[in-house]
Ligand binder design. Structure first.
Ligand code: NAD
Ligand code: SER
Length: 326
């Protein structure tokens, strides 16, 4: 086990990934060993009761450095970011948080000689000129969204800090993530989470991408395991420091709806594509993640049916008081 004495800092810990990753890391390293942080203050009791939670805006470089010194941070999982949908509405904010926030984290990690920084990238690094099927690890990165631009810039920055300063930075290009604990923060793949909530709560769903839109996706248990397995992989095995292609499954919005209809026969869906459609159409339909499989034995566990069974079961438990009967 790495880092017995120094603590792990998680930025953006109240988001879709962080709200689950913090608990997984605390199971592994102890509650005190993992400092959760976010610029939002309202952390759930489960997070504040199980270990430290601190207010932190990653744009505040001095506050970030002070927090890292106070807690003797040795590793960072840097999750604070603005995602693709919100990023198109607020491009300046996306640029600042995703680029300057990342640079602040890399700088403090370099200065404190931290042992590792984990930085998720995204399939948003790809664009219309990238092959959309079985998208290779090394290919054209010409995104059309501000989010994608910052993710490409972020990958290059991570590469630079590894090559120039030897900082052990590692990353994955996550596909769309599906989970039932915390709603996603404003991305293009969010429809694939919202559809499960509405199927249970309303029996119907209005989808912001078209029926035939195919995107790569992953269930959260696979996503958490991927990041932790990559963090634990021997450094010398890793050929890529910007980020590894990663995927679990690819489906269209229509195929996801059919899978839910097999389990909730009355479920209805209508398609009303909006500004998210252009982003979705510029992203891959499927991903070649053979480099991750070769370098750190990546393999997903959840397919569409298994994920849907689990999502519906977990959400029914959580939302049981809100479900309209009849
Ligand atoms: P999210 O939007 O759910 O959470 C991001 C968190 O960052 C939020 O809690 C927000 O309050 C916080 N935040 C925003 N600005 C901040 C700032 N200035 N300082 C501190 N905190 C700030 O995002 P997520 O889905 O948990 O994503 C985490 C990382 O994974 C991001 O880098 C994202 O690009 C990447 N990623 C996510 C997905 C996905 O489908 N969820 C897919 C690909 C990549
Ligand atoms: N799920 C993310 C988004 O849609 C992909 O990075 O923004």
């Amino acid at each position: 086990m790495a880092e017995k004495t120094k603590r792990i800092l998680v930025t953006g810990a109240l988001g879709q990934i962080g709200s689950e990753l913090v608990h997984r890391l605390r199971e592994m390293y102890g509650g005190d060993g993992v400092v959760a942080s976010d610029m939002r203050d309202r952390a759930p009791a489960a997070m504040t009761d199980s270990g430290p939670f601190e207010h932190l805006d990653v744009l505040d470089a001095e506050g970030l450095a002070a927090l890292c010194r106070q807690y003797e941070i040795g590793q960072v999982y840097h999750l604070a970011a603005i995602l693709s949908g919100v990023g198109e509405l607020k491009p300046d904010l996306a640029y600042n948080v995703n680029m300057t926030g990342l640079k602040n984290v890399l700088d403090v990690a370099k200065e404190m000689k931290m042992s590792r920084v984990m930085v998720p990238s995204s399939i948003a690094v790809f664009g219309p000129s990238t092959p959309r099927d079985n998208t290779p690890q090394e290919t054209l990165l010409r995104p059309i969204s501000m989010y994608g631009v910052t993710k490409v810039g972020g990958e290059l920055l991570c590469d630079y800090y590894w090559q120039k300063y030897g900082l052990d930075v590692r990353g994955v290009r996550y596909p769309g993530l599906i989970s039932h604990t915390t709603l996603p923060g404003g991305g293009t793949t969010d429809y694939a989470v919202a559809i499960y909530y509405d199927a249970i709560l309303k029996g119907s769903f209005e989808c912001f991408v078209s029926e035939d839109t195919v995107l790569p996706m992953m269930y959260m248990p696979d996503a958490l395991r991927a990041l932790i397995e990559l963090a634990q992989a021997p450094s010398q095995n890793l050929r890529y420091r910007n980020a590894y292609n990663l995927t679990a499954l690819s489906f269209s919005a229509g195929e996801l709806a059919s899978c839910i209809q097999e389990r909730i026969p009355d479920f209805k869906i209508i398609y009303k594509p909006d500004y998210h459609q252009e982003i979705a159409d510029s992203w891959p339909r499927s991903i070649d993640d053979s480099a991750a499989a070769a370098d750190w034995n990546w393999a997903p566990e959840y397919d569409l049916g298994k994920m849907t069974d689990d999502m519906l079961a977990e959400l029914r438990k959580r939302l049981k008081d809100e479900v309209v009967s009849g």
